[in-house]
Design a protein around this ligand. Structure first.
Ligand SMILES: [Zn+2]
Length: 304
């Protein structure tokens, strides 16, 4: 059955996993005291974070506790590269959604993870989030598994520019967009439709006029192998994998649980809902990430 998780079609894969989760059994949750005791015995951690961490910073998630899509279908990599209309839709929505991400502040979960790094527990943090809130919280060793939304990259010459500069360009060339009211959606996206999109001017590389793409991994694309191997390497050097605020629906992150299991590295989890790895967990705290991590960091600090 497990081989079915590996699907060439990301959307088909997600739908299959949803069916698994709704019929599968979650492991029972434990308290933060048991988590603390386990961490004291397994002090070197690799933390893997997801959208649940950034929810309390005002960045909405794609999925609810049982993994059902909350919003509209996300942008597909191939469609973005091939179709001008897709890029018009992306940049129009992103123009509206970006300020929400740019102005977001780290919350208790980001700060507590940073404290756990300072205390010497979290060796490496791998995040599926593209909002850079871990770095804003002062976290130093972070691997951005799915890229970073504050950067835009040229698909032709590889030049990177800041998202802030692209935002300025979009504003100067699409003044009418400011008149449109929208609601924020996941990953800096926003709901926007209609004829205004036909007039949308999309940015191109300031150096070679090539195709610009946010420096993130869209659905239908894959994470750079060097990054994946770097995570495997880091994971081989820790005592436990700590999963926080993610249902692990995407294979790009779930594979680290498979690696941990294959190498007898225990997996701990703090998440309010079900996860795809529930039957692989050594210990799970079914609670809010922020307060749980705060308690853990405080308890470990007091203990010295
Ligand atoms: Zn270029």
């Amino acid at each position: 059955m497990r081989a079915l998780f590996v699907s060439a079609d990301p959307l088909g894969q997600v739908q299959f996993v949803q069916a698994q989760l709704q019929s599968g059994a979650a492991v029972g949750g434990v308290g933060v005291e048991e988590l603390q005791a386990f961490v004291e015995e397994h002090p070197r951690l690799l933390a893997l974070s997801g959208a649940g961490i950034s929810q309390h910073s005002g960045i909405p998630t794609y999925r609810d506790a049982v993994g059902v899509w909350k919003s509209n279908k996300p942008i597909q990599h191939g469609e973005f590269i091939r179709h001008h209309a897709t890029r018009q839709r992306y940049w129009a929505r992103s123009y509206k959604g970006w300020p929400n991400v740019a102005n977001a502040r780290p919350n208790a979960a980001h700060i507590a993870l940073s404290e756990l790094e300072d205390l010497g527990y979290v060796q490496t943090l791998v995040t599926q989030n593209i909002d850079r809130l871990h770095q804003k919280a002062g976290h130093r060793k972070v691997i951005d598994l799915h890229g970073r939304l504050d950067q835009v990259i040229c698909m032709d010459c590889g030049e990177t520019v800041t998202r802030a500069d692209v935002q300025d360009w979009l504003a100067q060339n699409n003044a009418h967009l400011d008149e449109i009211k929208v609601t924020a959606a996941p990953d800096g996206d926003a709901q926007i439709e209609g004829e205004v999109l036909n007039d949308m001017q999309v940015p191109s590389c300031f150096r070679c006029s090539g195709l610009l793409k946010p420096n993130v991994v869209f659905y239908g694309s894959s994470v750079n192998k060097e990054i994946v191997n770097a995570v495997y390497d880091q994971l081989s050097q820790v005592d436990a994998l700590l999963v926080v605020g993610t249902s692990l629906m995407v294979f790009s992150s779930f594979r680290f649980c498979k690696f941990a299991q294959a190498n007898d590295i225990p997996i701990l989890c703090i998440n309010e809902g079900l996860t795809r790895a529930d039957d692989m967990l050594r210990l799970k705290v079914l609670a809010d990430c922020g307060s749980t991590l705060q308690h853990l960091a405080q308890a470990l600090l007091v203990r010295g």
